[in-house]
Write a protein that binds this ligand. Sequence first.
Ligand code: GDG
Length: 510
Amino acid sequence: MTVAGPTFDLVVAANGLPVERVLDASGEGTWEPSPGGLVSAMESVMEGRKAAWVGWAGESGRAPEPFHQGDLYLRPVGLTSAEIAEYYEGFSNDTLWPIYHDVIVPASFHRNWWNTYRTVNHRFAQVIAEVAAPGATVWVHDYQLQLVPAMLRAIRPDLRIGWFNHIPFPPVELFAQLPWRRALVEGVLGADFLGFQRTADAANFLRVCRRLLGMSTKGDTVTFTPPGDDPARRTVRASALPISVDFQGLSALAATPAVIARAAEIRASLGAPEILLLGVDRLDYTKGIRQRLKAYEELLRDKAIAPPEVTLMQVALPNRERVDAYRFLREEVERTVGRINGEYSVLGSPAIHYLHRSYPREEMAAMFVAADIMLVTPLRDGMNLVAKEYVTCRNDLGGALVLSEFTGAWHELHQAFICNPHDIEGVKLTIMRAINAPEDERRRRMKAMRKRVADNDVQRWSSLYLDSLASAPLKPHRRSRVSDKELREAERANRANLRASDRAAERIGG
Ligand code: GDG
């Protein structure tokens, strides 16, 4: 007999739990916060809420027993090692991730990965259905769980379901490459409200609905007839709600004497450089680490800068190392760092301090306080919280942010020193501009950016999101001059056309 577990009015579902098991020296496992953008953002939002979080615990095999962390009930989902390879490393990170990030590396398409993605999404939907109280709000996160909203709605039509995409949503021309594009869109449209980082991402999604699936869109809504037996038309809103950071909490942490003292210690242990450049990224090809290192190497070659006066600290968070593109990236980055250090370091003062590991939050804050120039140079990034964390930590209005225009953060932080990471000459010039900018200009820029983040912090983001979800589902709007019947017929004809091309794509999809 199965015993029913506790149920909750708010359920968050994400690929990973907000904690991961870390083994200490004696082999004992403890649960530590898992690093990464999604968890950083949701941590403070979930604090003090009675809610459940459904996610994979990060290891293969049977799911560990559910457990509490403060008020949060953590409900692990088990994945086999084949599912980790096919659903997570494969379909999520080697098919969707490249397509959603401008195909910086080519995407791989395999039908068995897709089948496993479907299986795992269905398992998530079932687990969520078990922990959601009647009429509960369910907040599904990110590209790994795009089929969950529709699968969950089929099991539990009483729930209010939201989905938020942390990464970019690609232009229709790239999304169209996916042999399973229709199922992915129909999957997220099971939600009542869809959140994206930028207006452009929401617009790309709506364009996909219109152009690839023949649905009708108006403003930020899409109206469609869901597949299956239920003929009721639904209207779903797709809006931009840029994610943010816990401004109050993080700036208070950065103001503590311990963090300030640690920042001074970091500078001293790096040989007290006049100018400390800093990069902090998950080791991902989207983050533009190669381009940053190239620009830095050329500045050293040109003798525009040199250690010991100038040094670069690069923190590279270990990541997805079983996916080839990530292994190759790590090898290349480490080779490049070795070459640059061999060529340009002076005794006791390396040109680059490269750190391939994860640090506690306090240490990250100290690094942000210590750094004169923060380098955020992604080729494509949904938001980039590091940029917002850096300005949040600069209570002293010191430092300067060099920011790629291909990040979501750029849309809010216009006072940063902006660069196009593909333009190496431009990155070099921007770094030098940031280094040489008069102090009062830097302070002015920093002040404006801090105000922007303080006014739009992660608490505001989550309440806007949950309010939008609470006011959904929308009634189908009937103001269109075209009748409902005509719309339905046009949609049907469109669908038939598109289905034919989808079937053709499925035949060649593996
Ligand atoms: C995805 C999207 C979007 C980094 N090193 C350490 C560490 N970090 C923390 C940072 C930051 C987070 O990880 C990284 O967040 P980002 O936003 O920069 O990037 P992704 O992981 O790619 O996040 C992104 C985000 O979701 C949220 O929607 O902004 O576009 O790709 O918080 O501080 N944290 C700790 N130790 C480290 O060594 N503790």
